[in-house]
Design a protein around this ligand. Sequence first.
Ligand SMILES: NC(=O)c1ccc[n+]([C@@H]2O[C@H](COP(=O)([O-])OP(=O)(O)OC[C@H]3O[C@@H](n4cnc5c(N)ncnc54)[C@H](OP(=O)(O)O)[C@@H]3O)[C@@H](O)[C@H]2O)c1
Length: 256
Amino acid sequence: MAEKFPWKLAWITGASGAICGEVARRLASAGVTVAATARPSEKLAALASADERIKAFPADVLKPDELKDTVGRIEGELGPIELAFLGAGMYAPFDIRAIDLEGFRRSMALNVDGVINAVASVLPSMLARNSGHIAIMGSLFGYAGWPGNGSYGASKAAVINLAESLKLELEGTGVAVTLINPGFVDTPLNASYDPKKKLYVMSKERCARKILERLGRKPYEIAFPPQVELFLKLARSLPRAVSFPLIRWFTKSMQG
Ligand SMILES: NC(=O)c1ccc[n+]([C@@H]2O[C@H](COP(=O)([O-])OP(=O)(O)OC[C@H]3O[C@@H](n4cnc5c(N)ncnc54)[C@H](OP(=O)(O)O)[C@@H]3O)[C@@H](O)[C@H]2O)c1
C-alpha cells in the first residue's frame, strides 16, 4: 500500500546525500512535493530529474543569507513549507594523538550551525502560520562520548540539546519538532570508520523507511536500532563510575 503523509511540501537539506535522497524519493513517490537542497551538484540535479515532484533548490547551509533567500524562493514558488527535514551533515575521524582541528571545526559548523541556519530560515513563516514540522537528523552517538568519535559525537550531542530547546520553546505554537537519531547506516558519510566498529549497520533504504513510518505522527524522537539506542541511553543515565568502564569494555571487545 502507498505511504500517506500529512505534508504537501517538504524542504530537505542534504538531499543529494544517501539517507535524505532516499527520504526525498519516498516522499515524492507518495505525492509530497520536495524542495531539495544541497550545494549545486550533478547528484542534486539527477535527484530532481528522476521525479517531477522533486525540485532542486541548491544552497549552502553554512551561508545563512543564501539559505533565507532559498526558503523565500521555495515558499514563493511552491507554497508553505510544511516539513523541514534538516539532514545536511558530515563525519570527521577523530584521532586523539593527531587531532584534526580542521575536521572538528567543519563538523561542528555543518552539523550544528547548518541546522540552526536552516531553522532560522524556515521558522518565521511557520510561526506566522502557527503550523509546521521541523525534523532534525541527529545520531545515537550524540548520547554518549565514544572513543574515536570526538568530532561527530560532540556535534550531534549539541544537536540533541538544541532539539530539546526547540521542542520546549515551540510547544503551543503549532510547530512540531522531531529529532531523528539513527545508529550506523551504510553511506559514504562513515566510509572512513573502522568497519569492525560499526554495529548493527543498516541500509539507507531501511533507515529512510524507519524514519518515514513514524515521522507523520510527529513524535519528539525517532531512534533506532533499539539495541544501540538502549545501550547508549543506559550508558548516558548510569553514574560515570559505571558507564566509563562499560563503554571501555564494550569498545575493547569490538576490537576483537
Ligand atoms: N550515515 C550514518 O551512519 C548516519 C547515522 C546517523 C545519522 N546520520 C546523519 O544523517 C544525515 C545524512 O547522512 P548521510 O549518511 O546520508 O550523509 P551523506 O550521504 O554524506 O550526505 C550528506 C549531505 O549533506 C550535504 N552537505 C554537505 N555540506 C553541505 C553544505 N555546506 N550545504 C548544504 N548541504 C551540504 C551533502 O551535499 P553536498 O556535499 O553535495 O552539498 C549531502 O547531501 C547527516 O546529518 C548524518 O550525520 C548518518
